[in-house]
Design a protein around this ligand. Structure first.
Ligand code: 13P
Ligand code: SF4
Length: 371
């Protein structure tokens, strides 16, 4: 056994997070790098594009939720996957990675308000209510931004998972399987994708889980091709149509580029919409001197503005903030997780139970196969 391996596996007690809170930026940076070096190939750090700069700079791979799921599925050499993102992403990484791998979320409070808007009991109750109405030709699709239990529900019912970068091919596949789709938990991504398939808005019903029949009449549900769970992203859901008008008035000729988690009215007024990876590529490929107002998470927009100084890049709405839960992953948490791994202690492991994982992987692998 090499000296490095011996150091990595040496057991000691868990270091408390409090020990990290007064470290300087530079100390944290140096200690994270040193811990990474000690762990070597045994660790891979994945970073979502909405992570803050002082965290994402340590990632071995950055990506949107789809790319990071692919990375988790194809890194069998790493014993530890440290996920700088949010809870549902770490759950998916655990499901897609090997049995010998452990997934770590540096702060357990890094959840997602959208994912929390669909509980498994609510989804099961909605499904039963629809079946009781005689609606059986229906396929469930869940957005990646959902709990593992919802992904497992889709796996059990011949359904699938999608992300913002593959919603179109996945809807295409799903619409060939069944007449109706039940999409959760993002009403807006579901509607924006349905519109791309020419489904009229009148043939979309919104399911409010607090109400009987989701607040719909039986006819509305029978006529709907798309039933949309009433959930939304607390970041993208804040952009409004007036923000597009205001930016266009302020910067004549500016292009508006938004994430499809934005409301339909915002997407309809934009020039382009697409996933986080699409947004990054569009700005990278845009000509020098072009002007862009972007409707997505603030950390990413600021990074794009800094990276492409030959273009003008601004947030679509001047007063919107970052994703607060993504921001929970701070260098302190990352340093704490890595140094504990060096000391042989796995902290904040995300582990999906076997029965849930068995079905969730069906829906996730169906997604990866349909690309
Ligand atoms: P993507 O990573 O699929 O673009 O999703 C955006 C998002 O809100 C992640 O939480
Ligand atoms: Fe959830 Fe929106 Fe934050 Fe993504 S940006 S983690 S969907 S709240």
């Amino acid at each position: 056994m090499s000296a490095t391996t011996a150091a990595v596996t040496e057991k000691s007690s868990v270091r408390p997070i409090e020990d990290y809170l007064s470290l300087s930026e530079q100390e944290l940076y140096d200690r994270i790098q040193a811990a990474k070096q000690k762990l070597g190939d045994r660790v891979v750090i994945l970073g979502h594009h909405y992570q803050r700069d002082d965290v994402v700079c340590h990632a071995d791979f950055t990506g949107d939720s789809f790319k990071l799921a692919q990375q988790a599925a194809t890194r069998p050499t790493a014993d530890y996957i440290v996920f700088c993102g949010v809870h549902f992403m770490a759950e998916s990484a655990d499901i897609l990675s090997g049995a010998h791998q452990q997934v770590i979320l540096p702060d357990m409070a890094a959840g997602c308000s959208m994912a929390d808007m669909a509980g498994i009991e609510q989804v099961e109750s909605a499904w039963e209510q629809l079946q009781d109405l005689g609606i059986t030709s229906m396929l469930p699709i869940t957005y990646m931004n959902s709990a593992a239990s919802i992904k497992a529900f889709c796996g059990r019912h011949d359904g699938v998972v999608c992300t913002s970068s593959n919603a179109v091919p996945l809807f295409d596949w799903a619409l060939k399987q069944q007449e109706k789709l039940f999409f959760f938990p993002d009403e807006h991504l579901g509607r924006n994708t349905g519109v791309k398939f020419g489904i009229p808005l009148e043939q979309m019903a919104v399911w409010d889980p607090r109400l009987e029949l989701g607040g719909n009449t039986p006819e509305k549900l029978r006529n709907a091709r798309l039933i949309l769970w009433k959930g939304f992203c607390s970041v993208h859901g804040r952009f409004q149509a007036r923000h597009v008008d205001e930016r266009r008035a302020e910067y004549p000729g500016i292009k508006v580029l938004v994430h499809p988690e934005c409301r339909y009215e915002v997407v309809a007024k934009s020039d382009l919409n697409g996933s986080t990876e699409f947004i990054i590529k569009t700005i990278k490929d845009a000509p020098a001197g072009s002007q862009w107002a972007i409707g997505t998470e603030l950390n990413l927009v600021n990074r794009l503005a800094k990276r492409h100084t030959d273009k003008f890049v601004t947030l679509l709405a001047p007063d919107l903030c970052m994703c607060a839960t993504m921001f929970r992953i701070a260098p302190e948490n990352l340093c704490w997780s890595l140094e504990n791994l060096v000391a042989g202690q796995v902290v904040n492991q995300i582990k999906v139970d076997d029965e849930t994982a068995r079905w969730a992987v069906v829906a996730l692998e169906r997604m990866l196969a349909i690309q």
